[in-house]
Design a binder for this molecule. Structure first.
Ligand SMILES: NC(=O)c1ccc[n+]([C@@H]2O[C@H](COP(=O)([O-])OP(=O)(O)OC[C@H]3O[C@@H](n4cnc5c(N)ncnc54)[C@H](OP(=O)(O)O)[C@@H]3O)[C@@H](O)[C@H]2O)c1
Length: 299
């Protein structure tokens, strides 16, 4: 049985990934900073990916590594301390994983490491694909450092896939779970101007892309994990209202979001029009290419 070692498996994406990998017959070992219930057929290892420690031994002999751990980007204000935690919980954890790979006698075949479309420039009409250069802002630099740390695994002969994830849509986590209660009350609407592009992906397709990246020898390097049809924020809000059968024209103005969220408001206010060119070129077929179908499934 092939072993997969996962960090951040207790999170939003991880909770969808675990059952899918179990169904595929992988042996799953998951790292968490908290004691977790092992009855689900997952072997949980207690440890902090920010610290070099015993957990690193689990990398030896694994077929694949999936790295999803990271302090949530939205939620807390980006104080200097929070920015350091956002960075270290991604960059230092990746370095610890790659150091474990360097030391492993039996090295993994593949590392699938999360990244984000936050790498790219914001607020542009331009289509962003895997060849677009990183932005010179906080998220751009963070994602570049995160990916650079992961790419060191290639030196050790490990096929490395950098999943640049867009806004993940699922009922039970991420941005949509925050928006749904407001929209269900009929009080939802576009965030900010509404004109900005919104690069979304159904959580089933994030799971699909991780499974594909683990299994497909041709998957390598940066891969945008976004649906092939991004939409403008105003159309996203209108579609969400339509599938919920609720009005959705009350805009949340930028100044209010900036007040509430501080600099982290840029994640929802600054649009990005990202396309999954690498995944499509390499043969990945999206389960949810269109936003209305995706929203009908998750609401
Ligand atoms: N969801 C999205 O829309 C989205 C978009 C773009 C990129 N991504 C990236 O994809 C990855 C997975 O996303 P997700 O939404 O599943 O993440 P999540 O639910 O916010 O968190 C994943 C896990 O990371 C661990 N973690 C949280 N804070 C940490 C810290 N300070 N230090 C070390 N570990 C920490 C936690 O595991 P334990 O508590 O069990 O240790 C948590 O369950 C993340 O790296 C995220 O940045 C997500």
């Amino acid at each position: 049985m092939k072993k997969i070692f996962i960090t951040g498996a207790s999170g939003f994406v991880g909770q969808h990934l675990l059952p899918a990998l179990k169904l595929e017959g992988y042996e799953i070992v998951a790292l968490s900073r908290k004691v977790r219930d092992t009855s689900s057929g997952v072997r949980w290892v207690l440890g902090d990916p920010l610290e070099a420690d015993d957990w690193q031994r689990e990398v030896d002999g694994a077929y694949g590594i999936v790295h999803l751990a990271g302090e949530p980007i939205v939620g807390k204000r980006w104080t200097p301390e929070q920015k350091k935690l956002l960075r270290d919980s991604r960059v230092v954890t990746t370095q610890n994983l790659v150091n474990a790979i360097a030391q492993a006698k039996q090295k993994p075949a593949v590392l699938v490491s999360a990244s984000a479309i936050g790498l790219y420039p914001k607020n542009q009409e331009t289509e962003l694909d895997e060849t677009t250069r990183p932005a010179d802002d906080f998220l751009g630099k963070l994602c570049q450092e995160w990916e650079d740390a992961a790419k060191v695994a290639e030196v050790h002969g490990v096929r490395t896939v950098l999943l640049r994830i867009g806004v993940v849509l699922g009922r039970d986590g991420g941005a949509l779970a925050r928006m749904l209660p407001i929209f269900k009350l009929g009080l939802g609407g576009p965030l900010g101007s509404g004109n900005q592009w919104f690069s979304w992906i159904h959580v089933a397709d994030v799971v699909g892309l991780i499974r594909w990246a683990l299994a497909s020898e041709s998957a390598q390097g940066p891969v945008n994990a976004v649906a092939p049809n991004p939409v403008r924020m105003r159309d996203f809000a209108a579609t969400l209202g339509k599938v919920l059968n609720r009005p959705a024209f009350l805009p949340a103005p930028s100044f209010a979001l900036n007040l509430m969220l501080g600099e982290s408001a840029q994640v929802v206010l600054d649009g990005q029009r990202a396309l999954p060119r690498a995944a499509l070129r390499q043969g990945y077929s999206f389960r949810f290419p269109n936003v209305e179908d995706a929203l009908r499934d998750v609401t």
